[in-house]
Write a protein that binds this ligand. Sequence first.
Ligand code: ZN
Length: 210
Amino acid sequence: MIHEVFPVGILQCNCSVFGDEQSREAIVVDPGDDIATVLDVVARHGLTVKAIVITHAHIDHIGGAQKLKKATGAPVYMNQNDTELQKMMDVQAAWVGTAPPEAVMIDSDAKDGDRLVIGATEFLVLDTPGHTQGSISLWIPSEGKLVAGDTLFRDSIGRTDLPGGDGRQILRSIHEKLMPLPEDTVVIPGHGETTTMGREKQFNYFLRGL
Ligand SMILES: [Zn+2]
């Protein structure tokens, strides 16, 4: 499977493009900004975007979704528990000091157990609330990869001090949904370096005692 990860926007959100080599279908996760770059990656691999997935409705993850949706016609998936947050895009833009992006119409709720398929590859939605109420992670078992949004980082976890954040809930999500994944699962966090579940279990201070 084709997989490119690259930081977009001023907050350097990790955007992922997954592409199936046979069908040339693609899933884009967290197109926060820099949609020209996203489209370049898609075109370079000769892919057609079939789905746009938002791990949570923070501006740096969702900001470019409408632009990408317009350019590709692909439906946008987001957990409906982030709808309130999504409506606060003006407020979020003020936090970051940017202009509010064009609002995106969500096409489909992404909830625990849902599966998206491109080619023969399954992408499973895991509910991982805590950073926001609608935070999800995407697990790709056949690839041994997890796109964790801002739930889990290398050596850290997502902040829970913003509206919708809950410190106990994020730890419960990590404990119940992420810790059971195989140790060699490659974790693509919402920001910063890639890691593995095994490494985080061993070294991440926040996961001690979970
Ligand atoms: Zn976030």
